[in-house]
Ligand binder design. Structure first.
Ligand SMILES: [Zn+2]
Length: 267
């Protein structure tokens, strides 16, 4: 009796579980990414859900969360989270050190902020980086803005990283957009023909709803693919130039120059 019940149930559920929801009749590959963490309480919950739902994802972690590196005892649980991410099949990318909008800063500061997390995270990082706000990665019709963007993107590339933006922005940080987040994301997946989806693992709202969203995407028939499906380089180790010790020297030298000038002004 029980068996018949399950068979009937699966027949009823199956057609909706595999239907192609996009207007073109197709389903698409997607990849979830989580920025700004790790968060000691929320990120473990995200990891639990991703494990249970078998969804390989990428975490773009902020370098400043690891100030002092492994020598700082307070970082131990954060490094444990990175170990867990790796063990559970996720990729870890750099979100740079401080959460700044890079085109607004000098070339020296941009370089410093991009290079600074690398020695702290070298055992974990894939050669992928996402600039905070995507700042520097967009095209601009203003030549001055474009020149600044070019400088930022060249620094990312010279450091050995591939910049990874997003195809679908869920705006999960924006309370006004939250009521329509799921239908908007599903529509965007169809419109963009799948791709990289942006979330933040420091948002409780995101963590509270993540499982439902994953199941909704699966119900539409879309598939979750690892980062290397979209960025093949993500599977490679971090190149040595990302952690070159002398990469910081020009920045330090420049600082010294500035300090000397300030000293002179004082005198
Ligand atoms: Zn961010």
């Amino acid at each position: 009796m029980k068996k018949i019940f399950y068979i009937t149930l699966s027949v009823l559920i199956l057609p909706t579980a595999t239907h192609a929801a996009c207007p073109d009749g197709k389903t698409y590959p997607v990849h979830f990414t989580f920025d700004d963490g790790p968060h000691l309480i929320l990120t473990p919950r995200v990891l639990e859900i991703l494990k249970e739902e078998k969804v390989p994802s990428t975490f773009f972690v902020l370098g400043k969360h690891f100030a002092g590196g492994k020598g700082n005892a307070a970082n131990k649980p954060k490094y444990a989270l990175l170990d867990r991410m790796k063990k559970e099949g996720h990729r870890i990318g750099s979100h740079t050190y401080e959460h700044i909008n890079h085109p607004q800063f000098s070339a020296a500061k941009v370089k410093e902020n991009i290079m600074k997390p690398n020695p702290l995270l070298k055992d974990y990082l894939s050669p992928v980086l996402r600039l905070p706000y995507g700042g520097g990665s967009f095209r601009s019709s203003n030549p001055t803005t474009q020149a600044k963007n070019n400088m930022v993107m060249k620094t990312v590339k010279d450091a050995g990283f591939t910049h990874v933006g997003w195809d679908i922005d869920t705006n999960d940080w924006d309370a006004k957009k939250r009521p329509t987040l799921l239908p908007t994301m599903l529509k965007d997946i169809c419109r963009q023909k799948g791709g990289v989806v942006l979330f933040h693992d420091i948002q409780k709202f995101t963590v509270d709803n993540l499982r439902d969203w994953i199941r909704a995407v699966k119900r539409e028939g879309h598939t979750f693919e690892p980062m290397e499906h979209f960025i093949p380089r993500a599977a490679e180790p971090l190149p040595p130039e990302a952690c070159e010790e002398d990469s910081m020297k020009p920045v330090k030298a420049l600082r010294k120059e500035v300090d000397d000038v300030l000293e002179m002004i004082k005198e």
